[in-house]
Ligand binder design. Structure first.
Ligand SMILES: Nc1ncnc2c1ncn2[C@@H]1O[C@H](COP(=O)(O)OP(=O)(O)OP(=O)(O)O)[C@@H](O)[C@H]1O
Length: 249
């Protein structure tokens, strides 16, 4: 496949005696979904936090489009093109769908937050927000209160907010969580299109979704990557089956 958009080199992070990340080197390539799977406590969230910049690694570095971003804040990384959706929704529930999307577009514009109210009157910001809403299929819901959206629609809105920053790569932490079968099937279809715009590093517990979506999978166990490969490689990997997939494989 093609070149790396996002790479980690030797990321390590300990909490006291616990090695939550141990020498993690992986990459995310143009056009792909790379899923990170592993049992509870394997270190998936710790890894994502170091990549997005909310947790400092003890050792190692993160590169985005060949640029070392390890010293940058999470906000600066987002501006540099690292789009993120969160395990726990960061949306303002009482605001409308459009307001949430404009907030993202405002972040992308680099203007201070106190210009928030006029931002809704700023045609270019609203146009950017509307384009993102259209991209995720929420254009008919733009004036609805976010709290009234279904769970699946909120996930789509989170992607729209991230899209307003024109991300070069997405980090998604359990986007399927809380979705029913229909919702996760719809999101699966959407993510498989979205990856063409920006590749997706995906942490997900829903194995059906992972096996349907991922171009490559890395398996984390006790903070270490024990295998990286295609779905078929991972299904066939003995160490993975023993350590993680067990009877399900
Ligand atoms: N701030 C912290 N302080 C101390 N220990 C931590 C901290 N954050 C995570 N850990 C520990 O590091 C290990 C990895 O946790 P992490 O949340 O990254 O795993 P995970 O794979 O995301 O788990 P889950 O699938 O349950 O979300 C766990 O043993 C956890 O208890």
């Amino acid at each position: 496949m093609s070149e790396a958009v996002l790479s980690t080199y030797g990321l390590s992070k300990s909490f006291g005696a616990l090695k939550a990340s141990e020498d993690i080197s992986l990459d995310l390539r143009a056009g792909e979904i790379h899923a990170i799977i592993g049992p509870n406590g394997a270190g998936k969230s710790t890894l994502i936090a170091q990549i997005c910049g909310t947790l400092e690694p003890d050792v190692g570095r993160v590169e985005l489009m060949g640029r070392d971003v390890t010293g940058l804040s999470a906000r600066a990384r987002a501006k540099a093109g690292l789009g993120r959706t969160f395990q726990i929704s960061a949306l303002a529930m009482e605001d409308t769908v459009l307001q949430n999307a404009v907030l993202g577009a405002l972040g992308a514009s680099g203007r201070p937050w106190r210009f928030w109210t006029p931002a809704l009157k700023d045609k270019s910001l609203v146009a950017r927000a509307d384009a993102a809403l259209e991209r995720v299929g929420l254009e008919d819901f733009r004036n609805m209160r976010t709290a009234e959206l279904s769970h699946g629609q909120r996930r789509q809105l989170e992607v729209a907010v991230a899209l307003t920053l024109s991300p070069k790569a997405f980090l998604m932490d359990e986007p399927m969580a809380g979705l029913g079968m229909e919702g996760s099937q719809r999101l699966t279809g959407f993510l498989s299109e979205l990856k063409q715009e920006a590749p997706i590093l995906l942490v997900e517990h829903d194995m059906d979704a992972v096996f349907a979506l991922a171009d490559r999978i890395s398996v984390l166990v006790y903070g270490r990557v024990i295998a990286t490969g295609t779905v078929d490689d991972i299904r066939a990997n003995r160490e993975v089956r023993e350590a993680y997939l067990g009877e399900e494989s």
